[in-house]
Each structure stands twice: as structure tokens, then as C-alpha cells.
Ligand binder design. Structure first.
Ligand SMILES: *[C@@H]1O[C@H](CO)[C@@H](O)[C@H](O)[C@H]1NC(C)=O
Ligand SMILES: *[C@@H]1O[C@H](CO)[C@@H](O)[C@H](O)[C@H]1NC(C)=O
Ligand SMILES: *[C@@H]1O[C@H](CO)[C@@H](O)[C@H](O)[C@H]1NC(C)=O
Ligand SMILES: *[C@@H]1O[C@H](CO)[C@@H](O)[C@H](O)[C@H]1NC(C)=O
Length: 334
């Protein structure tokens, strides 16, 4: 926010009425020539004047000037209706000629007056970053990252902080500085192993293991390790390159695979990925076999007992009938 109109005005229009008007050694200086003002606010023009020692000041006044036909026409502020009750002389008759203007009407936004920068220039993950917004005015600024408001202008950089940053004067967010790109450099993160195809693996099948990672610059050096089936076994280097290919996976390839990704800043490893031959079916057979065995061992005796008892009952019942018949048969004999 930079009030050009006022600045020009003051540089051109101030005039001191000294006791002896025509003089050498008369000088006026503005302490803060870069003035900033928000609409409706007040602004102070700090001003000092000097004159030969033998002179004394009788009166001071501020004027507004207009260039008409190459001639400056000046009018006292006190005589201008638009400045009525809006200006206040804060100076004196010694050396101070400061002026305060209230209720600023015109406000000029100078976009080039906002300049965003990031420190340090080259940011690594973990670095303390400061966003700097240079303005011609001492006014509070706000920050945007990729269009979204940023709450802090100093922070510890992380990979996710990379983006385009721009600043604006608070309350005037529609006028933003040119964006500045912040790139964050970091060693590999989130290293993971991706297996091609379905999860099940049978002997002789071909497959690829791919190593993925987030890194800036991108990882360019990959190393593959295998730990044999027993977890405590040694790590064996089995290959390099982002993809580890198996044309024919065999039992000797089983184990836990780990990928190490590396860029110019450092390295990181994935967690182990178990690669084993299709044991799912094998297990199913075991479960089925065990199940069948349990069924047979547990139910077979029951079935045998049931069958035996049933046979007993079947043979007993007719005997009873028969004995009855016999009884009936033999009763008359007695
Ligand atoms: C790493 O993974 C985490 C969790 O999935 C995610 O939030 C983060 O953004 C990833 N980091 C990078 C640099 O991709
Ligand atoms: C390795 O990556 C993990 C996230 O995947 C991260 O938390 C850890 O700090 C990284 N280690 C190094 C040495 O960069
Ligand atoms: C493995 O990757 C190679 C290229 O690197 C590709 O030709 C092949 O088809 C892939 N194999 C599988 C099983 O995805
Ligand atoms: C990959 O990194 C290892 C060290 O971990 C190094 O010995 C090897 O030369 C690097 N390979 C390439 C292609 O840069």
C-alpha cells in the first residue's frame, strides 16, 4: 500500500514562509519519503527544515500545488474545502514542519511493491525456513501457498511444504506478490516394495518387485536384499535397479525382500516383504486332512457303537416277539 499521490504532493508543494523569503541555505528534508497509507487512516509526513542562524521563522504553511500550463499554482490547505478538518500541523517554528493528514481518500496499490522471497534459497527437509515479504510499507502481511492461506511465515521445512508462495497486505488479499517457488530437497521417504501380479506365487512363475519411494531429487540407486526364511538369517544382496525381476521363481528365492533407495542426500530402506511359494493350497490340504482325521477318529467309534447297538436292538426286538409268540404258543400247553 503506497500512497503515491500524497508523496508526490508533498515533495512538490511544501513551502516555508520565512521572514526573508529569498534565501540561500534554506532546506527542507522529509524523513520518511516512502509513505504508506490505508484508506481512511491517517498519515504523517515527517519534515524538517533549516535556515541561516540569523533568521527566525514567523510562519509556516502547507500548500497543495497544481501544474497549470507549466506553472505551479499553489493553494493553502486551509483554503481548500476538501482538506477542511483533515490536516493538522504538527511542526513548530524551529525546525519541524511535520504534517498529519486524516481520512486518506485515495489509496494506490503497487503490486511491484510486494516482493516475496524464501530463506534459505536452497531448502532441505528439516531446515528452518523464513518467508520474507518486502513491502514499501510497514503493514502486516499474509502468506499463501498454492492459493491457500499459510499460518506461519517461519517453520521447519518438510517435503509437503514445497509449493508456490506469495504474500499480500492483510485486508487486501486480492493483490498478491509474484509467487516464489520453494523446492524442498529430501532423502528417500516411504520406501516400499510393489509385487507384480496377484499375491499367490507358484514355483516357476515370473514376477517383478518394484521399489517405490518419495525423494527429491528422485532416488537413482536401488539395492535389493533378501533375508532367508528364518528371520534371523543374514541379509544377502540379490540385485540392484528399481525393478527386481524373477523369470522363474523357485523355492530357493523365498524369503523376506528389502529394498534400499538412495539419492544424493541419503538413503532409506523399505520394510521386509515376504515372498513364499503358494502355501495357501498346501495349508488347505493340511487343514482338510486334519479335519478328516478328526472326523474319522472322533465319529467313527460313535458310528460303530451306534451301528452295533442298532443291530442289537434289531435282533433283540424280534426275539422278544418270538418269545412272546412262544409264550403264547406254549401257554395252552401248561
Ligand atoms: C509418506 O507417507 C505418508 C503416509 O502415507 C504421507 O502422509 C506422506 O505424504 C508421504 N510422504 C511423501 C513425501 O510422499
Ligand atoms: C525413512 O523413511 C521414514 C518414512 O518412510 C522416515 O520416517 C525416516 O525418517 C526415514 N529415515 C531417514 C534416515 O531418512
Ligand atoms: C517385469 O518387467 C519387465 C520389464 O522390466 C516386463 O517386460 C515384464 O513383463 C514384467 N513381468 C511381470 C511378471 O510383470
Ligand atoms: C549406489 O550406492 C552404493 C553405495 O550404497 C555405491 O557403492 C554404488 O556405486 C552406487 N551405484 C550407483 C550406480 O551410483
Amino acid at each position: 500500500m503506497f500512497c503515491v499521490e500524497l508523496q508526490k504532493m508533498i515533495k512538490l508543494l511544501m513551502l516555508l514562509l520565512l521572514k526573508q523569503a529569498v534565501a540561500t541555505g534554506h532546506n527542507i528534508t522529509f524523513e520518511s519519503p516512502d509513505l504508506c497509507a490505508l484508506r481512511g487512516s491517517s498519515v504523517q509526513f515527517r519534515c524538517l527544515y533549516s535556515y541561516p542562524e540569523q533568521e527566525s521563522v514567523k510562519e509556516t504553511a502547507w500548500f497543495k500545488g497544481e501544474l497549470i500550463n507549466d506553472i505551479w499554482k499553489r493553494t493553502r490547505l486551509s483554503e481548500l474545502p476538501s482538506f477542511q478538518d483533515r490536516f493538522e500541523y504538527r511542526g513548530d517554528l524551529q525546525h519541524n514542519c511535520s504534517l498529519v493528514l486524516h481520512s486518506i481518500h485515495s489509496v494506490y496499490l503497487i503490486v511491484t511493491g510486494l516482493n516475496a522471497s524464501v530463506h534459505p534459497k536452497r531448502v532441505r527437509a528439516g531446515d528452518h525456513v523464513t518467508l520474507e515479504c518486502k513491502t514499501k510499507c510497514q503493514l502486516p502481511v499474509v502468506w499463501f501457498k498454492d492459493g491457500q492461506t499459510v499460518t506461519k511465515s517461519t517453520f521447519q521445512a518438510q517435503a509437503e511444504d514445497a509449493g508456490k508462495y506469495s504474500c499480500a497486505i492483510e485486508g487486501h488479499e486480492s493483490v498478491q506478490s509474484d509467487p516464489v517457488v520453494m523446492n524442498v530437497w529430501y532423502s528417500p521417504l516411504n520406501v516400499s516394495v510393489e509385487q507384480s501380479g496377484s499375491g499367490l506365487l507358484s514355483a516357476g512363475s515370473s514376477l517383478n518387485l518394484t521399489c517405490d519411494s518419495a525423494a527429491n531429487p528422485a532416488a537413482d540407486n536401488y539395492t535389493w536384499y533378501r533375508r532367508s526364511a528364518s528371520d534371523s538369517g543374514p541379509l544377502i544382496q540379490v540385485g540392484s535397479g528399481q525393478v527386481l525381476s524373477f523369470s522363474s521363481f523357485s523355492a530357493s528365492d523365498t524369503g523376506s525382500y528389502i529394498c534400499r533407495a538412495r539419492n544424493s542426500l541419503g538413503e532409506n530402506v523399505s520394510s521386509g516383504v515376504q515372498m513364499k511359494l503358494e502355501e495357501a493350497n498346501y495349508n488347505l490340504f493340511i487343514v482338510l486332512g486334519l479335519g478328516l482325521t478328526v472326523i474319522i477318529l472322533f465319529f467313527l467309534p460313535l458310528i460303530i457303537i451306534w451301528a452295533w447297538r442298532r443291530r442289537q436292538c434289531n435282533s433283540a426286538a424280534p426275539e422278544e416277539n418270538h418269545s412272546h409268540d412262544y409264550e403264547n404258543f406254549f401257554y395252552p400247553k401248561h
